[in-house]
Every structure is written in C-alpha cells, then in structure tokens.
Design a protein around this ligand. Sequence first.
Ligand SMILES: [Zn+2]
Length: 678
Amino acid sequence: MNPLQPKNGIVQAALLLGLCLASGASLMAAPKISRLNPPSDLFTYNDPLPPIIARFLPGQRFDLNATIQPDAGQTIVGVKFFVDDVPVSGNITLVLADVATVTSPGSAVASPRPANTVVATQRAYTNQSPGIHRLTVSATQLPNGEGVTANGNFEIVNLGTAANGKARNIIVMIGDGMGIAHRTAGRIMGIGVSQGKALGSLNMDTFPVTGIVKTASLNSIVTDSAPGATCYSSGNKNNNNQMNVFPDDTLNTFDNPRVESMGEYFARTSGKSLGIVTTSDVFDATPAAFASHTANRGAGTGICDRYLDEFVGSANLTVLLGGGRKWFLPNTTIGSGRTTGTGGGPGALISDELATGWGVAKAGTVTVGRDLLADFKAAGFTYAANFSDLQALPASTTKLLGLFTFSNMNVAMDKVFGRRKISTVVNDFGFPDQPMLEEMTNAALNVLNKNPNGFVLMVEGASIDKQAHLMDTDRWIMEVLEFDRAVGLAKSFAASVQDTLIIVTADHECGGVNIIGSSIMPTATLAASQNGSVATLRDSVVGTYDLAGFPNYRVLSDGYPVTPNPDFKMLIGYAANGDRNEGWFSNNRPTQDTQQPLVGQSPLNTYPLNPNVRNQFSGYAVTGQVPGEQAVHTASDIPLSAYGRGAVAFVGVQDNTDVFFKMMKAALVGTDTTVSER
Ligand SMILES: [Zn+2]
C-alpha cells in the first residue's frame, strides 16, 4: 500500500468532491463505476503497488464484472472489458442492479443506488500469461454520450518449474476453527504429558512440515468459514458468507462473478474426482466451498441441488458424506429443510447467460418438493444412510452419497459414548448408527482411489468450531481427537499411495481458546462444590502454573478418554466469548442445534438452549467480551501441517490463498525439494 494514499473513505470522498468542484459540471455528468471485479487495490484505492488482491492459475476461469451508475435520465451502453489494453472478446451481460445501495470506490459507506445502475458481467475469462495484468472497463451513457473508464489489476501466478514428480491426489483436511490451542488441548487429553514431556504425538504432529497461515477475508480481519475455505478451494479472497464468488450488486445470490474452484479446474483439465467428507451438514460453508458458487452460505436447498445439477458434472463430485439429509427430502417429508428462502425457488438459481458462459446445467424445475435423494440415486450414487450401510458398500461403488443425520452430525463425544452405551444423545436425535470421521474418510478414499487420474478429497472436522462457538469444552476437544484419527487414516493411505499430498489445517481459530491449567480439586470434591459461587468454582478450582500439574486422562482403545472429567482435569478459557456460566464439568447433553429440523420437539427441546443458560444452576457467571450467547471466530493465524508429495512447500508463514497455489503447483507442475524464500 502506498503510504501517501490512506485507504480511508472520508479522505477519498473529499478528494473526489474537490476534483468535481474544480472541474466543473462536465465531470459530474458522467457515469460512475462503483465496483470492478476481480477486486484490486488499484481500483479501490488507486494503489498500483502490491498486494495484488486477486490471483489465478494460468487458465483458471473467473468472471469479469463491473457496476456502473449513470446520471439521472441516462442509460448505460457499450460496456467493454480490456486486459492490458486488449479488448476481451465474448458476451457481456447487463442486468439492472437491484440492491438498494451501492458502495463507491474507496468508501465503506454505501449510497442510494441511482436509477438504471447496471451490473455488467463477462463469464469464464481465462488468461495463460503469468504476471500482473491491468483490467480496464469502459462504458458510455446515452443520450449525452459521456464515457467512463476504470482500471484494476489481477495476477496470473507463475507456477514455475519443479524438480520432482507431481502429486496425483490431494487430501485437504480442515479442522474447522482449530487454532494452536485446540491442537494442544487435544494432545493433552488424547496423548498426555508426564514430567514435561508429551507421551506421544497426535497424528498431525507427526507430519514433517509445519507452517503458519494468515486468515483474513476480503472484507474483514475475522473470516467466517465460507471465505476461509474458499481460499483453499479457489485461491481468492471472498467476502464473509460467500463461496467462490466476488461480491456484486444484485440480490440473486447464485449469479455473482465466479472463480473456478480446484475441483472444477481438475475435472476440466485432468479428469480428477472430487470428494467431500464432513461431520457437519453437507451444505455447510466449508464443504460447500469446494462445490458451490454462492453469495449466501445459508442457501442450503440451492447449494445441495447444485451439488447434483452442476458439480457432479463440472467437478466430478463423486463422494459426498456427512449430515444434512433435510435438504434431500421433499418438503412434505418429516425432517425436510427444503424452502424457497434457502434457494428452492422454481428454476430461479442460474440464468441462461451464466449456464451458457460456464457450460453448466441450469436449475431446471427445482422446487421445495424435489426428492433430491432419489435424484442422486438415479444419477448412479450408492446411498448410505448409516454406518452399517457404509461398512456394507458394494465393492463396485463408484459414486457415494452418505447422509447420516438430518443436519449436523452428532459430535464425537456423543457418538462414542453412544457406542459405549453410556449416553442416549444419538438416540434422542434419532440417528443411533452414525459413522466416525475416520470411517467416512476410509469409505471416501476407497471410492476415490478408483480414478487413475487422481482426486481431491476435502475432509472436515466441523464441530471443533461448532462446539468452540458453544464453549462446550470437552466436546470440541474430543472433536479434535476424532479429526486426528481421520488424519491418521489419511496418512496411512498416503504412505502406501505415494503421490499423495495431505494438508492439515483450519480455516480460522474459534473462541479465542486457550489452556489455563488444571483443576486443583479432585472430581468428587468439585462435584460436591457446585453451588455456583465464584469463590468456590473459580478461586478453589483453577490451578495455574505449578498447581496445574499434569492432568491424567485415561484413554480407551477407541481413542477417547474414559471420562472427560478425570481428577485434576484440564481447564479451558475463552478470549472471544459471549456471556456464559462456567462449572468446569463436561455437559451430559449438547446445547440445542437450531439447524436441526426437530430441535423444537421432545426430547431435543429439553436440551440446554444456549451456553448462557447452560450450567446456570451449577456454574458461575462469566461476562463475555462479545454480544450474544456464543463465542466467535478470531483473527489469529492458524497452524498447518503437511505430509507427502510436495509437503515441503508449506513451511513458513503464508496467506491462506498461498496454500491453494502451493497445492496446485504440486499437482500441475511438480514438487520442490528445497524451500524457497517468500
Ligand atoms: Zn465458526
């Protein structure tokens, strides 16, 4: 950034106003370009210096897009895009902007949208030439004939050369919300520490390469999972809540300017397959960031419809495992979540120009009454409804859909304690036979490895994040253990299938989590002291430094502790929390999950409503730093571990978009043995 050019809307607006006053009326009576995509500092701040915001692979497809505001009584015509002064050939579609306000260059403040403001889009542009390119858009308004031009830039990344072979398979493992403290807590619970030495390693600790990842999104230092995962999937910064698209000025959340994702690029250029495995609802932001283009991460009906209507074809999506059956059931069926408000409107998702431009299917006759499950089966997918189905898959299975719950799957603690028959939570949810993440990962690898061209598999431990939001400490720690078991399984696969690269990382940290120390009260004494006073439950319980000692979780052969409440248990604090009550004991039942379609019905409606009322009669009140009842994401960097072909490239501190380009270089060009300076 140019230090003389503050990125400050007020200064920019003042400069603009001064310019207008000095130049007289003719400058004012010209159309204005209020948005240019791909995003750039050159357009937004007139800053030609790095950072270059938008970067693409040679040949990676992305849309060119601009919002142009005419003066009153004028109409925009003759929109053209130029790259390095050469006109870009192809169709440009103009649609009327329909958001109420538009944001001007250099300003975060939106102004009322002038009449006849248009959004111009040119679909599926590609560029093969590495380097920084100038993007220009020009337009004219009629009848007065005034023109306008604006410049931005983008970079085509030079993948260079490599000394060694390519990675055929890529396994991207995302512990959602998993910061460094989440990993440490998982190690302390699942492995243990004695006299200062860890008693062993998490599987992810054994990976030879470690890096640090920066996570900011296009519009905030604090990302949510949608742009967080998009950076790995398509190499570009997106706004929060948006996946593989740039922001635009239309209300349709499926028409935004697109960036081609890894799965689409590989399917188109090398015939690889795409697999998605998650413990969340399959529509959730992290899985959907690998197979959707939308400005609304909440549009579950539309996102799941397009898995089949678009990504089975465009990205060779052949494995989809997780929760989320509610989107696949007709709205007349109990448990269905299909609504018009979540993208289930009749045929409204994809316009002709978008379908034609990207060469993908239109929405067709999408309705809330669609039986998407039947449609997947008709498209050749073998369906698994539970863990037993997953174990009994025919060896001939080449396409696999598994939907194990209505929405987010139950978490590791509740699944494991269900298998041990010491908890009825999974029965209460109506899904007693759910697979663990490593069991889903194993099934996915068996199917995907049949493609000789290779595959991309995204595996998400989703509820590390969800339970950290809820400050349900022992639940998210056990989620880390479940995730790490999946990491171990993937590592075994990569050890035998040697041209495989595995990345283990997160999309962001969640909760501002850290490890305070340990309880200085044995469990029985702590249980007897649950009277809710600060003096008892904080001052008499929290052991720091020497008093923390070494908690002793006894772990069973299933990989999880006998109890999350051993004597002198590990204690966790939160730096980004909402109001809550802390009692230190694990909660027998999870907090209500509003995504579950049957959450309001017995017995789920008897579960704790939120973290603030949970433990209100057994804990002491902790005032949060953020409004609401949940903890939030933080802007901290996150750890990354890499294993297998091309792993060495991931050492060092890197942007989350760098991770994409390093993975793609490993697959497209080959791998380096030396570490280059960034
Ligand atoms: Zn989250």
